[in-house]
Ligand binder design. Structure first.
Ligand SMILES: C[S@@+](CC[C@H](N)C(=O)[O-])C[C@H]1O[C@@H](n2cnc3c(N)ncnc32)[C@H](O)[C@@H]1O
Length: 225
């Protein structure tokens, strides 16, 4: 389960889009992209209050997820794409690496964040197992796949025909071409109910919410393995 060989194509896409990335994301999510990141981070604080945190931002990109943390924290950004890490001005340390084999000790982090990155895992189950191994809590916002066949078909129409055109309004042609790959991602990832099952093998789900009719999910979980 996961993108397998397709992963290299997706990774190449991220290389090219760093600069207009957030503008394009705003359009792709009809303005919701950062609201859903903030909602996820608020979930964690509602459970744990203001605590000192050692945080791993997995698939950190420019740091748009960790940016929302408050108080004293130490953030390590991990990403497979060095170009994304170059523009990350949020993390204290930056590591080039992949979810599936993370170079960290067991439970070294209090919290793992993954903002719009888990859907791009080459091996989803391996990634989730690693998230649980290295961290006590995991907070994930990601592209999902609705369980309803009808809603799923609408999402596939949106990602194939509308989303790339929307992104083209704000981004150069070669960038919106990269967003066409979201369609392939939605085709490849498991439905949200299956994703929940996979996460539950390695962690206890505290909250799992669907947004945008299931096109995005947010979950907070306490690692068990
Ligand atoms: C859409 S960006 C999200 C960036 C940021 N977290 C945010 O909230 O905007 C996804 C990032 O995940 C990284 N990524 C994708 N698959 C990965 C993997 N298997 N291991 C590590 N990083 C990965 C990509 O390089 C990219 O920088």
């Amino acid at each position: 389960m996961g993108l397998g060989e397709e992963w290299h194509v997706v990774r190449e896409a991220y290389r090219r889009i760093t600069r207009v990335y957030e503008r394009a994301n705003m359009l792709a999510t009809l303005g919701k992209v950062d609201r859903w990141r903030r909602e996820a981070v608020a979930l964690f604080y509602s459970l744990n209050g203001r605590v000192t945190l050692k945080v791993l931002d997995a698939g950190a990109g420019p740091g748009n997820m960790a940016r929302h943390l408050r108080g004293v924290r130490y953030v390590v950004a991990l990403d497979a794409t060095p170009e994304m890490l170059y523009v990350n001005d949020v993390a204290d340390d930056r590591v080039v690496g992949v979810f599936e084999h993370m170079p960290f000790r067991d439970k070294w982090f209090d919290l793992l964040l993954a903002g719009y990155s888990l859907h791009a895992a080459a091996n989803l189950e391996r990634a989730v197992a690693e998230f649980s191994r290295v961290s006590n809590f995991q907070l994930v916002v990601s592209i999902g796949k609705p369980d309803s066949g009808f809603v799923r078909r609408l999402l596939l129409i949106y990602t194939k025909h509308i989303l790339p055109r929307l992104v083209c309004l704000a981004a150069p042609r070669e960038v919106c071409a990269e967003y066409e790959k979201i369609h392939a991602i939605v085709l490849a990832i498991p439905p949200n109910s299956k994703l929940r099952e996979v996460v539950s093998r390695y962690a206890t789900l505290i909250t799992f919410r669907e947004k945008g009719f299931g096109s995005v999910y947010i979950y907070l979980a306490k690692s068990t393995s």
